[in-house]
Design a protein around this ligand. Sequence first.
Ligand code: NAD
Ligand code: 4PL
Length: 244
Amino acid sequence: MKLQDRVVIVTGGARGIGRAIARKLAAEGASVAVADIDGAGAEAAAAELERGMAIEADVSDPGSVTAMVKAVLDQHGRVDALVNDAAIVPFIPWADVDLEHWRKLIDTNLTGVYLCTRAVWEPMKEAGYGRIVNIASNTVLAGTPNMAAYVAAKGGVLGFTRALATEVGPDGITVNAVAPGLTASEGVLESPHKEAFEFVQSLQAIPRRGEPDDIAPTVAFLCSEESGWVTGQLIAVDGGHTRN
Ligand code: NAD
Ligand code: 4PL
């Protein structure tokens, strides 16, 4: 069990890829704090875990993020890893991308990553150990349509990952990004993105639908001690759709 006695926060852990990540990390021995804007969903996800804890939190709200990290520190005394999974996954043609949508996407999907990372950085620095895993997307490599603000935010997450890795490496903290391809999460299955599975499969080296459980093991590795010589990387987990 590569995460025995480790304390991990998974934002967006109430459903989809985040929920699969929370399950996998718990199975590897971690105490997992499931943080989500959907408080009831976070409760349900945490309840199925051994050593699970639910936190209702909005990653785009600084006060909410501070309270989230405080709750984990009060309970466990440390945070070993943070998985920044929470995001809005829109389907919106460019013609409809107005300033309100743009700001909302950047606030949640990019500023949310900044806020959560900023809030765990100090305790990690003091401990001389930390793992930050940002869930990006292979849309930054593929140029996927109908989500321009989303792809811009994920591009920001990639740049942030690389830059921060350089600054916090001396403190024992690694920062990496995982780029899933189209994955059958609840969010995707209830959106027009689900119509793209057949086409995307035709581009993959492994011709089947990506599932949330396909993403979680790579995240678990990056949350573990074993990945201590890996930082500043973007790892595509997409059945070979993109090859960066
Ligand atoms: P999903 O919609 O199924 O789940 C997202 C979760 O994030 C939900 O539980 C939601 O309540 C939560 N969330 C949204 N806004 C939040 C906020 N402000 N604060 C806290 N929680 C919030 O989505 P998913 O498909 O599982 O996506 C998870 C991650 O994977 C996202 O970062 C997404 O961009 C990324 N991703 C998904 C795919 C895909 O095809 N599903 C592909 C590449 C990357
Ligand atoms: C290839 O991140 O990576 C659709 C929706 N298609 O959210 C994504 C691909 C979507 C993706 C994504």
